[in-house]
Design a binder for this molecule. Structure first.
Ligand code: Z5A
Length: 216
C-alpha cells in the first residue's frame, strides 16, 4: 500500500480513549474543511467499508472475553486492510481528504498498552496489513480517564471495551501520550477536556499549522 504523501488528499486520524469526543470532532472538522472548499470524507474504525463494518459487529458485540487479545488484533487489522484498500486510498487518490475516527494508534494503545501485546509484534503486523501507509496528521484527544468514562456512560450502554476496568483506561491514556511523544511530527495532542467549541478551535489550529489550511 502506498504512502499518503504520494496522494493529493490528506489523511487525518483522530484518536483518544473513551468519551474523548472523537466522533464529535471528526464531524466538526469535516464540516469546517468543507467550508474552505476541501472535499473531506469522514470515516471510522473499526469499520468504514462494507467488509470492515461486518468485522466491527464481531468485535463490538458480545462478552468482554469473546476474543483474546491476539484474535481481536487480527480482526482489527483485517478490517483496517479492507478499509484502507476500499475506502481510504481511493478517496485520497481522488483528491479528497479523509478524516478517520480511530486508526492504527488505537490498536497500539488498546491491544498493546491496554491488553499487553508486544509493541514490536503489533508494529510487524501493521506492516503486514497496510505496509508503510500512515496518516499525514494524528490528533490525539487527551483528557482524564474519569471525565471520558463519565461522558461515555451518559451516552450509551457499554460495549465490550467500555466494560474494561479503570486501570486499563489509564494505560490507554498513557499509551496514546507515549505514541505522541515518539512521533511528534505526525501527532498533535489536543486538550479534550475543554468545551466542544474550544477543542474544535484547537484542532483547526493544529490542522492549519501542520497541513497549511485555514477555516471560515
Ligand atoms: N478499538 C480497539 O480496541 N482497537 C482498535 O484498533 C480500534 C478500536 C480501531 C470502538 O468503539 C472500540 O474499539 C473502542 C476502541 C476499540 N472502544 N470502546 N469503547 P466505538 O467506535 O463504538 O466507540 P469509541 O471510538 O470508543 O467512541 P467513544 O469513545 O465512546 O466516543 P467518542 O467518539 O470519543 O466521543 P463522542 O461520541 O464524540 O462523545 C461522547 C459523549 O461526550 C457524547 O455524549 C458527546 O456529546 C459528549 N462530548 C463530546 N465532546 C465533549 C466535550 N468537549 N465536552 C463535553 N461533552 C462532550
Amino acid at each position: 500500500m502506498g504512502n499518503p504523501t504520494l496522494n493529493p488528499g490528506k489523511f487525518i486520524t483522530v484518536e483518544g480513549g473513551e468519551g474523548a469526543g472523537k466522533s464529535t470532532q471528526v464531524r466538526l472538522l469535516t464540516e469546517a474543511l468543507g467550508r474552505v472548499g476541501i472535499d473531506a470524507l469522514a470515516t471510522r474504525e473499526p469499520g468504514g467499508s462494507p467488509g470492515a463494518e461486518a468485522i466491527r459487529r464481531l468485535l463490538l458485540e458480545g462478552d468482554a472475553e469473546r476474543w483474546d487479545a491476539t484474535g481481536e488484533t487480527l480482526l482489527f487489522f483485517a478490517a483496517r486492510r479492507d478499509h484502507v484498500a476500499r475506502t481510504i486510498q481511493p478517496a485520497l487518490a481522488a483528491g479528497k481528504w479523509v478524516i478517520c475516527d480511530r486508526f492504527t494508534d488505537s490498536t497500539i494503545a488498546y491491544q498493546g498498552y491496554g491488553r499487553g501485546l508486544p509493541l514490536d509484534e503489533l508494529t510487524a503486523l501493521r506492516h503486514f496489513a497496510i505496509g508503510d501507509f500512515r496518516p499525514d496528521l494524528t490528533l490525539i484527544l487527551d483528557l482524564p480517564v474519569d471525565q471520558g468514562l463519565a461522558r461515555a456512560a451518559s451516552r450509551s450502554t457499554a460495549d465490550r471495551f467500555e466494560r474494561l476496568d479503570r486501570t486499563f483506561h489509564q494505560r490507554l491514556r498513557d499509551g496514546f501520550l507515549a505514541i505522541a511523544t515518539a512521533e511528534p511530527e505526525r501527532c498533535a495532542v489536543i486538550d479534550g477536556s475543554a468545551e466542544v467549541d474550544a477543542v474544535h478551535r484547537a484542532i483547526i489550529s493544529a490542522v492549519a499549522e501542520r497541513l497549511g489550511v485555514g477555516s471560515k
